[in-house]
Design a protein around this ligand. Structure first.
Ligand code: 5GP
Ligand code: MG
Length: 192
């Protein structure tokens, strides 16, 4: 079905196991954060997960089903790899961020940390709203020489500096539905 795939970096099983582990870390942190909140907030919606679309879609869908916590989602969309690009062209917000984040516990989730521009941009905008806590998580952390220093609280896997697809990540809009995290062969990326 996908002849243009050269090799698999992470299988379905490896991904599922790691997502469960990340969920456990997140639940532990949330329990600590929520315990510090004022009792009068008990019944309010205090946890907002912000997936950066479209790449984080599959990761977030899997992860939130492992979180036995009352939460809501606030989607946002950032574009940095337009069309058939395989390197960042600079991060741009494509949709507004939710505007109800003051005093809430926010977790921003993305598919992959590369230059750091995407998460740095989203983090700066969210902090202006003064959330009670803000944590960042990614499925993949690419080992690139990074000029922007963004620390992620949750990282699925470290990967070498290669262009990957699958598990939500695309090349020119395709391969998001591949269940593994994979590397395409050279022929599939003509502009490389
Ligand atoms: P950054 O802003 O950190 O440079 O890049 C983050 C965004 O770039 C990710 O949300 C993702 O959309 C895209 N990206 C970075 N590296 C890759 C990659 O190896 N494969 C794919 N498909 N997208 C990537
Ligand atoms: Mg992205």
């Amino acid at each position: 079905m996908f002849p243009e795939i050269e090799r698999t970096l992470f299988t379905k099983h490896q991904i599922a196991t790691r997502v469960q582990e990340l969920a456990q870390e997140i639940v532990r942190d949330l329990e600590t954060d929520l315990a510090k909140d004022d009792h009068s907030l008990q019944d309010e919606n205090r946890v907002i997960i912000i997936p950066i679309m479209t790449g984080a879609m599959i990761f977030v869908a899997d992860l939130i089903r492992e979180l036995p916590v009352k939460l809501s989602l606030g989607l946002t969309s950032v574009r940095s790899y337009p069309g058939a690009s395989i390197s960042s062209k600079g991060a741009h917000l494509e949709s507004d961020l939710p505007d109800n984040l003051t005093g809430k516990h926010i977790i921003v989730l993305d598919d992959i940390l590369d230059s750091g521009q995407t998460l740095a941009l989203v983090k700066a905008i969210i902090l202006k709203q003064k959330p009670a806590s803000l944590r960042l998580g990614v499925m993949l952390d690419k080992q690139t020489p990074r000029t922007i220093d963004v620390k992620c609280d949750y990282v699925g896997f470290q990967i070498p500096d290669e262009f990957v697809v699958g598990y939500g990540l695309d090349y020119d809009g395709y391969y998001r539905n591949h269940p593994e995290i994979v590397i395409l062969n050279q022929a599939a990326i003509p502009k490389r």
